[in-house]
Design a protein around this ligand. Sequence first.
Ligand SMILES: O=C(O)/C=C(\CC(=O)C(=O)O)C(=O)O
Length: 303
Amino acid sequence: MTTFEKTPGWLDWYQGPSKPKFQLPLGSVDSHCHVFGPGHLFPYAPERKYTPCDASKDQLFALRDHLGFTKNVIVQATCHGADNSALVDALTHSNGLARGVATIKRNITDEQLQELHDAGVRGVRFNFVKRLVDFTPKDELLEIAHRIKQLGWHIVIYFEAVDLPELWDFFTALPTIVVVDHMGRPDVSQAVDGPEFSLFIQLMTEHSNIWSKVTCPERLSVTGPKALHGEPHPYQDVIPFARKIVELFPDRVLTGTDWPHPNLKDHMPDDGLLVDWIPNIAPTAALQQKLLVDNPNRLYWGI
Ligand SMILES: O=C(O)/C=C(\CC(=O)C(=O)O)C(=O)O
C-alpha cells in the first residue's frame, strides 16, 4: 500500500461545515470541486507539485447533500496528473449526479476518450499556473482541443491575471466553449474597473464562447474577513469582481465550492459560509437560478 506524506503546512478541509442559511435552488450544481485519492487506492502522480490530504468521493457527496447541492462537476486536480482514475471512479459512483473535467495528453486513444465520455467527462482542463504544472506545448493543447470538440466537450482554462495578455491569442483561438477558472484570478486589491480586470471583461465581451467561474473568494481575497466562526460578511473585496461578471454575463457563469480547497495557506473556509456568500454576487432569484441551475445543467447535462 502506498502512503503519502502531505506537503508541509498543508491545510485539511474544514470539518463540520455549517448548514447554509441561503437555500440553494433545486437542481443546484457545485461546478468546481475535486477528489483527492484516497492515495492508497488512487496514488498521486509522480510529477505532482503538492501532496494533499485525501478527500474521497463519499466525503464530497456527503458535503453536496449537507450544503443542499444536487450535483457536482469534479475537476481533475493537478496532484493526479493525467491519470483520471479517481475522477472516473467518483463519476461512475455518482448515479449520474456528477460530471467531470479531465486532464489528458495527446497520446490518449479515441477509445480512451470515449471511455471518459461514457463515465461523464465533458471537458478538459488546460492549466497555465506555473506553480501547479510543467509547461505543455501549445500545439499539443490545440490538437487536444480539436479532438475533444468532436465529443461536444469544452475546455476549462486556469491562469493568473498577469498572464492573460500573453495567452490571449491562444485562448481566443480555441474552438469550443472555454470556461475560465476563478475569474482568471484577479488581483482584487486593484480597482474593479482598472486595466487588469477590464481586460478580462473585454475577453468575455468580445468572445461569446468564453464563460467564467465566479469561484474562490477564499483564494482571491486580500482583506477577508475569513469565512469562519459564523462570519456573516466574508471576502467583501471579491464581491464587486464576481458580481460584475454575473450581472454582465448571466448566461455564461458557473460557481462552486472548490472543495477541498487545495493549497490554501492562510485558513480553511467553512463551506456552509461559502454558500451563504453566493447571494452577494447573484442578488436576485433569476440570477441565482442561472448561475446555480440553468447554466451548469445546460453545459454539463445538456438540459
Ligand atoms: O482548486 C483549484 O482550482 C485551484 C488550485 C489547485 C488546482 O487547480 C489543481 O491542483 O488542479 C490552486 O490554485 O492551487
